[in-house]
Design a protein around this ligand. Structure first.
Ligand code: DX5
Ligand code: ZN
Length: 231
């Protein structure tokens, strides 16, 4: 059976109400999220701070789908076990985060998680050429990481290149940054199957009024799937 490349929508809780994470996670899952994307920032690798393993552990009981943890931190290795204990299903490290990404990815799998590798917009596809048998997810950043709500940067050439490099391997291509119903078709046409979206999912709603989350998720999914159907 071939690898399942059904479109998956992964709302980023970076755009959620930071005083209400449990309810926000439950709301996006009720409204159709496939994965829950958790952005960990260290104020060093990126110019912003979010949360660490203790917060991720507190999110865990609220996630019934897949907890997709995106580390924007350097170094990564000292924290891998803590994120495994916190219950991350997927742990993604940046290829730019240190000189020994190969060791990092081995350690993530060794700790029992699925491994992801992320590329900043300025990093070429070739940077992960020798890592594709070590990962379950390649995350292509379509913004410079650090903040939600930034303008989409067109990385479709890189995505096409990665899709060809991945071939039959069981590796998802995840897109992170500025994904909305307008940009989703571009990246899906190029070969992406997992779409992270923060501001485009959370806008207009709240945990107590989650219907807009559902409408936003459906709008992104419909735009992405229409592109697939046309192909
Ligand atoms: C950016 C983060 C993203 C971000 C996406 O540094 O990695 O996951 O939350 O937010 P939007 O969808 O608003 O660009
Ligand atoms: Zn992210």
């Amino acid at each position: 059976m071939s690898f399942d490349r059904t479109i998956r929508i992964a709302p980023s809780i970076l755009s959620a109400d930071f005083a209400n994470f449990g309810a926000e996670i439950r709301a996006i899952e009720t409204e159709g999220a496939d994965w829950v994307h958790v952005d960990v920032m260290d104020g060093h690798f990126v110019p912003n701070l979010t949360f660490g393993p203790m917060a991720v552990k507190a999110f865990r009981p609220h996630v019934t789908t897949v907890m997709d943890v995106h580390l924007m931190i350097a170094p990564v290795d000292p924290y891998i076990d803590a994120f495994a204990e916190a219950g991350a299903d997927i742990l993604t490290a940046h290829v730019e985060a240190g000189p020994h990404i190969h060791r990092t990815l081995q350690a993530i799998r060794g700790a029992g998680m699925r491994a992801g590798v992320a590329l900043n917009p300025g990093t070429p596809a070739e940077a992960v050429a020798h890592l594709l048998d070590l990962v379950d997810v390649v995350c292509v950043m379509t913004v410079n990481p650090g903040f939600g709500g930034q303008k989409f940067i067109d990385m479709t050439d890189k995505i096409r290149c990665l899709r060809a490099m991945i071939g039959d391997r069981p590796v998802h291509i995840e897109i992170d940054g500025g994904v909305d119903p307008v940009t989703a078709p571009l990246v899906v046409a190029a070969g992406a199957d997992v779409l992270v979206a923060g501001s485009a999912v959370f806008r207009g709603g709240s945990a107590g009024n989650s219907a807009p989350y559902g409408a936003n998720i459906r709008a992104i999914r419909a735009a992405a799937e229409a592109t697939r159907d046309a192909a």
